[in-house]
Ligand binder design. Structure first.
Ligand SMILES: *Cc1c(COP(=O)(O)O)cnc(C)c1O
Length: 478
């Protein structure tokens, strides 16, 4: 490797770039030789092995030696997200074209804060956002921004909603003057099984966990809207200030989808904003068969979309969409060194004005390249397979006396338990992990549950049958 580590137009450096990319690909492809998702190594053994590698010495080892160490000591114990034995979380394998996009993103290293740091990248993000807004049924008044993930998308949405609500109802400019004196009366309503980023967001927004009202769910794990309305009414009577409801479009454990039509009516009646946390369920938008399930999302004031879940793009890749683009003004602030107003008047878009981040990745390219590559047809196949695999899994568990499976899957997650003790269920999961098969675990009505979150389109019905047998066998052994 030459002394200059930076790409330029010289032929030698270009050859070196190719060599680095090829050697890295070879190392990745030869770092594993089995079909399991994980080596099963003990955490203490792994910790020592990694610790012993140290970090920096006076003299560097050079790229090849370092790659060799990474290949030998680290890569074999990385999780292989592409394995069909990996199914615990909303954590997907990455499609090949989106891995290619990551290489372009890293190589050009554009930053999305200002046009002069990301000319074509800014225009791609603007166009991708406009197209996404259309896909979810918003009109040209909509806008949005890429974020680091569903948590940041939710945080951005709730920030924008808090500010818009207080401006509209209390004439309070939160951006300049902070919260109203009665800030601790503000309330956000969401399902008892919603994502914990609701609490985290309310904490960071100065409202505290107390601001989050957890609504009971029905037998299909969706918000019970009669109870929702009654709780809001009671809260208003006791002097609280409801400002926002959050519908979960695909709960993290069950994939259940809240009824946004009913929630919109209640929100309108009590002058509240409605956000859709569709981090999981947004993937259905590209399914010919199942997009129906999320067809009313445009009734919501904002939508969280995660591309690193059902869409199978590399982490991180998420967007917040807002129905009224001006809601993102809450993030706008001008700095002489970055996003001058005079540039914006001349057509240079500085996306930093829509984001809580400053330096920001060009993640929109992954969406552009993946959507262009596969089309509706390609994505529909991927998403339909996940949904139908979950349905097959559920039907097998339902028919088997060894299991309980209380909730029919709405998207691609199956929550179930062996009809034994909590301890046995926990042990089975741990024992499978040690053997390289990774499944999920959660709690429902106080009982330990196991969970499959199916995103990998390569999973076959035969593999599902084999996995069910494996779980039963483990249950007898542990
Ligand atoms: C995954 C998830 C989130 C959080 O998204 P990250 O990308 O992990 O930050 C939020 N809400 C729901 C419903 C999720 O499933």
């Amino acid at each position: 490797m030459s002394d200059s580590p930076i790409l330029n137009s010289s032929r030698i450096i270009k050859e070196e770039y190719k060599d680095v990319v090829e050697k890295t690909a070879d190392a990745i492809l030869s770092s594993f030789d089995d079909k399991s998702a994980f080596s099963g190594i003990n955490p203490y053994v792994l910790r020592k092995q990694i610790c012993d590698l140290g970090l920096i010495d006076e003299k560097g080892l050079g790229f090849e030696k370092t790659l060799e160490i990474t290949k030998k000591e680290i890569m074999p114990h990385l999780l292989r997200t592409w394995s069909t034995s990996y199914m615990p979380h909303l954590h997907s394998p990455a499609t090949l074209e989106s891995i290619a996009a990551e290489l372009i993103i890293a190589t050009f290293n554009n930053s999305m804060d200002s046009w002069d740091q990301s000319p074509a990248a800014t225009e791609v993000e603007v166009s991708v956002i406009k197209n996404l807004a259309g896909l979810f049924g918003y009109d040209e008044n909509a806008d949005g921004c890429f974020t680091s993930g569903g948590s940041q998308s939710n945080f951005s949405a709730i920030t924008a909603i808090r500010d818009a609500f207080l401006k509209k109802n209390f004439k309070q400019d939160v951006k300049k003057h902070g919260l109203i004196p009665d800030f601790n009366k503000l309330r956000l309503y969401t399902s008892e099984i919603s994502h914990f980023s609701m609490e985290k967001s309310c904490h960071m927004l100065g409202l505290g966990y107390d601001a989050v009202v957890k609504l009971p769910v029905d037998e299909k794990c969706r918000i019970d809207n009669e109870k929702f309305e009654k709780i809001v009414k009671d809260d208003i009577e006791s002097g609280l200030i409801p400002f926002c409801a959050v519908a979960t479009i695909g709960t993290t454990d069950f994939g259940s989808i809240d009824d946004v039509v009913k929630m919109r009516k209640i929100c309108d009646k009590y002058s509240m904003y409605l956000h859709a946390d569709a981090a999981y369920g947004s993937g259905l938008v590209l399914s010919h068969k199942y997009s129906e399930k999320i067809k009313d999302l445009n009734l919501c004031d904002s939508i969280t979309v995660d591309f690193h879940k059902m869409f199978l793009l590399p982490i991180s890749c998420s967007a917040i969409l807002v129905k009224d683009g001006s809601m993102l003004d809450c993030f706008e602030l001008h700095a002489d060194y970055l996003n001058r107003e005079e540039d914006e008047e001349d057509g240079y878009i500085n996306l930093v004005g829509k984001s809580m981040q400053t330096t920001r990745r060009f993640d929109a390219l992954k969406v552009f390249m993946a959507f262009k590559s596969r089309g509706f047809e390609g994505f529909s196949k991927i998403i339909d397979t996940a949904v139908e695999n979950a349905s097959y899994f559920y039907s097998k568990l339902k028919d088997d006396k060894a299991f309980q499976a209380p909730v029919e899957p709405e998207i691609s997650s199956v929550v179930f338990r062996l009809d034994t003790s909590d301890t046995n269920n926990k042990k089975v999961r741990r024992s499978l992990l040690e053997k390289g098969t990774v499944i999920g675990q959660t709690v429902m009505n106080g009982k330990v549950m196991l969970k499959f979150t199916l995103l990998n389109p390569n999973l076959t019905h035969d593999q599902i049958d084999a996995l069910i047998d494996l779980i039963k066998k483990e249950s007898e052994m542990v």
